[in-house]
Design a protein around this ligand. Structure first.
Ligand code: F3S
Length: 372
């Protein structure tokens, strides 16, 4: 990979963190046959929950010492920073998690603690990004038309410190061409869950048989990236680059329908983190009825701050609206037997990460189950 004189100097930097970060980027670039590095507008860092990174990750993070070149945001941690006791998080976990966050704060990373950074700092069409968090990557590439590969936690940190990322994959227009056309029917989160298993790393061109919302596309993309490796899709008539390429000849059909499952003792939505619109929909679906089961919503703290009345009303119905964390990366959900979700991504990861049984339903059935 070609490096400028300045970039070569960073590889020899006296600052060990800068040197390590350059080494990470050069290794990524060479493994993917990138020609050079390219400047990025922002980085989004995953691997924040102490539950995911453990003591090894914490030790590595604590060794870092450098300034950020570009704004960086942070994925969810393992607990709500204010209501961690209520979630059943123990002191030991709390302390370790706070040590992780202290590192990011010291480095100057924004304490967003959300997988939906695009609700806070929306990138623009064509921006090059270094984002880790598979659901945010699909959203940024597909719905916004920004450009990012699937970065890891360490490569996103390296990009934030160097301000650059290797130029390959989704950063190059021709690699964003759709490779397969897929007709989608039924629930989009369920369809994404099924489609990811079949499509793996294809760039699908979706055709819908009805009008769909941005929230549904968010759930579709998150599920696709969870059961497969998709980093981008096009949606006919909707996403910004759908007209830029020929429609692939190969066409398949996928129906999103998942039925049956266990009797939930927790209903939870907000994977990816809920938008203000999703909070409003939940409130209207409740029709004044209180929930009779545990019902947890996960969203960004910034969304809670800007929608305090809405959150208060939801909580008056017996719902708990947690921030900074989620049902998958927090150990708090492990204590339940059966968790109901409207997210294909949570459906995929909850049995693996939290060892719980899962049931799937759309948002309406989640609310109906919670009030019954
Ligand atoms: Fe976000 Fe957690 Fe789902 S990080 S996408 S809510 S698994």
């Amino acid at each position: 990979m070609y490096l400028t004189k300045d970039e070569e100097r960073l590889l020899e930097s006296e600052n060990e963190t800068v040197r390590k970060c350059m080494e990470i980027l050069v290794a990524e670039g060479e493994a993917n046959e990138a020609e050079r590095l390219i400047e990025v507008k922002s980085a989004h860092i995953s691997g924040v929950s102490y539950d995911n990174i453990g003591d090894g990750g914490l030790e590595w993070l604590e060794s870092l010492d450098a300034e950020l070149k570009v704004p960086a945001t942070l994925n969810p941690a393992g607990m709500d920073l204010e209501r961690w006791r209520e979630m059943g998080i123990d002191e030991d976990f709390y302390e370790k998690q706070m040590r992780v966050l202290k590192v990011f704060e010291r480095l100057g990373v924004r304490m967003t603690l959300t997988c939906t950074p695009y609700y806070l700092l929306k990138p623009e069409f064509g921006d090059h990004l270094a984002w880790a968090e598979s659901s945010a990557i699909v959203y940024a590439n597909s719905i916004i038309g920004a450009r990012t590969n699937r970065e890891s936690g360490p490569s996103a940190i390296a990009a934030a410190i160097i301000g650059k990322i290797p130029y390959y994959g989704m950063h190059i227009k021709e690699n964003r061409a759709p490779t397969i056309a897929v007709k989608i029917k039924g629930d989009l989160a369920a369809a994404g869950y099924e489609a990811g298993k079949v499509l793996r790393d294809e760039v699908p061109y979706f055709i819908f048989d009805r009008s769909v919302t941005e929230e549904e596309l968010k759930l579709l993309g998150a599920a696709l990236a969870a059961t497969g490796n998709t980093v981008m899709f096009h949606a006919e008539g909707i996403t910004p680059e759908w007209k830029d390429f020929d429609v692939p000849e190969e066409k398949i059909e996928i129906e999103g329908r998942i039925e049956g499952g266990c009797e939930p003792d927790l209903v939870t939505v907000g994977c990816p983190h809920a938008s203000p619109k999703e909070l409003e929909i939940i409130l209207s679906l409740l029709k004044g009825r209180k929930v009779k089961r545990e019902f947890w919503i996960f969203t960004a703290r910034e969304v809670v701050r800007k929608n305090q009345d809405l959150v208060k009303k939801l909580e008056e119905h017996g719902i708990k609206v947690f921030s900074d964390t989620c049902m998958v990366v927090s150990p708090a959900t492990s204590k339940f037997e059966c968790v109901m979700v409207n997210s294909g991504k949570a459906l995929h990861y909850l049995p693996k990460n939290r060892k719980v049984n899962v049931r799937f339903g759309d948002l309406k059935s989640c609310v109906e189950t919670a009030v019954s």
